[in-house]
Design a protein around this ligand. Structure first.
Ligand code: ADP
Length: 402
């Protein structure tokens, strides 16, 4: 079954075409990224598996033409990997915000579209772009089933004590202000893969997943279900990130706004795009640079690294207490997958409970790997995330049942 996975941003379309035999057996046929939609210098980078990558520079005024360009690249006699559009059996769309409407992936219909539209309020940068992407796909592939997979759905199993904020209750009733979490597709995927790798029964397990990338979140997963997560109403909450401040005392917000004469939009921009690594260190929001700079003696870069470890440690410690124990701690995403010092530094704080790392295995981990020592009381794993595959699996299962 050929599944096209689409991750649509306001000016970009990222895609993967996968040939799915089953959840375990699949082939990536091609992937690519169309950037700068609506600008004169739109650029499509198409990477067909086993062939040379292709770059197409041509103005793409809107998402519908963008989707056409993607389908043209996939079916082109030279660069393509399929002969015709109708070989695509289903399309899976990543959706950032599904609020409490969706606790799993669903087939797109007009009711689903209405709900995704309501959720634009909580994800103004992402959901409108996803809607454009779905509409464009419906236009160019009208007969193909479209499935939506939500970043928030996995966290819908949280109880009110974990998802409520202690604000006046009417803000929850009137504006749905509560914790929704994010990265759900990744936390779900790595928890399943990690449980398999560690030989755990997911239905009888205590797992903590640390997704540490440019955006970062940590989740407590009890018996396969998310019971708490560090991102909140929006992805701003939780730990320090590349450009986001994470959790701060809320009183700081009006204080700085008054002092600096900032509007709500300006303050939102500062907290989301100008804080975190870039806010503290000033030169970069990238962990590679933090490592290079700190090794050259840059104290701010070292502070960033120390804060990342400190924040993850507090979250993991809190979630161990919430679950009354932990069987497996999983590290994933760009920063955690490529910086072995990070899981080593975090896990040092849990030596008191018998956790022992295997330093050589941690340094060598490139693919899925157990990185704790054989006699450790708690297993620790490195599991590369693959959100596109998870989206393809859900899409395949829904399309198969039609
Ligand atoms: P996103 O949230 O954009 O998906 P990623 O999961 O790709 O982010 O993570 C991006 C982060 O991962 C960056 O801070 C980057 O420095 C870090 N990273 C990626 N590859 C490497 C690498 N080879 N070595 C060190 N850090 C890396």
């Amino acid at each position: 079954m050929k599944i096209l996975v689409i991750n649509c941003g306001s000016s970009s379309i990222k895609y993967q075409l996968l040939d799915m035999e089953s959840a375990e057996k699949y082939t990536l046929l091609a992937k690519g990224n169309l950037e700068k939609i609506s600008l004169p210098d739109s650029k499509l980078t198409h990477k067909p598996t086993g062939k040379e990558p292709v770059v197409v520079m041509q103005p793409v005024p809107d998402h519908t033409l963008g989707m056409k360009l993607v389908l043209d690249a996939l079916t082109d006699p030279k660069t393509g990997v399929i002969k015709h559009f109708d070989e695509i059996d289903a399309v899976g769309h990543r959706i950032v915000q599904g609020a409490d409407f969706f606790s799993g992936s669903v087939l797109v219909d007009e009711d689903v579209m209405k709900k995704i539209e309501i959720c634009c309020d909580y994800a103004p940068l992402h959901n409108p772009a996803h809607i454009l992407g779905i509409r464009a796909m419906q236009h160019v592939l009208p007969k193909v089933p479209q499935v939506v997979v939500f970043d928030t759905a996995f966290h819908q199993t949280m109880e009110p004590k974990a998802y409520m904020y202690a604000l006046p209750y009417e803000y929850y009733e009137k504006y749905r202000v509560r914790r929704y979490g994010a990265h759900g597709t990744s936390h779900l995927y790595v928890s399943r893969r990690g449980a398999l790798k560690a030989g755990l029964d997911i239905n009888n397990s205590k797992i903590i997943t640390c997704h540490i990338g440019n955006g970062s979140s940590v989740t407590a997963i009890l018996n396969g279900k998310s019971i708490d997560t560090s991102m909140g109403f929006t992805p701003l909450e939780g730990m320090i990130m590349g450009t986001r401040c994470g959790s701060i005392d809320a009183n700081i917000v009006p204080y700085i706004m008054k002092k600096e004469g900032l509007t709500p939009d300006e303050m939102t921009d500062i907290m989301n795009k100008k804080s975190g690594f870039i806010g503290l260190q000033k030169k970069s929001s990238d962990m590679r640079d933090m490592v290079t700079f700190s090794e050259q003696g840059d104290e701010r870069a070292q502070l960033v690294r120390d804060m990342v470890v400190h924040h993850i440690t507090k979250l993991v410690g809190g979630y161990i207490a919430e679950m009354n124990g932990v069987d497996l701690i999983i590290f994933t995403a760009g920063i955690a997958e490529n910086n072995p010092w990070l899981p080593l530094a975090v896990c040092k704080h849990f030596e008191y409970m018998g956790l022992k790392m295997d330093e050589a295995a941690t340094n060598a981990a490139r693919d899925e790997a157990i990185i704790s020592a054989p006699d450790s009381s708690v297993k620790v794993a490195m599991i590369p995330t693959n959100e596109e595959l998870m989206i393809a699996i859900d899409t395949m299962n829904i399309a198969k049942a039609l």
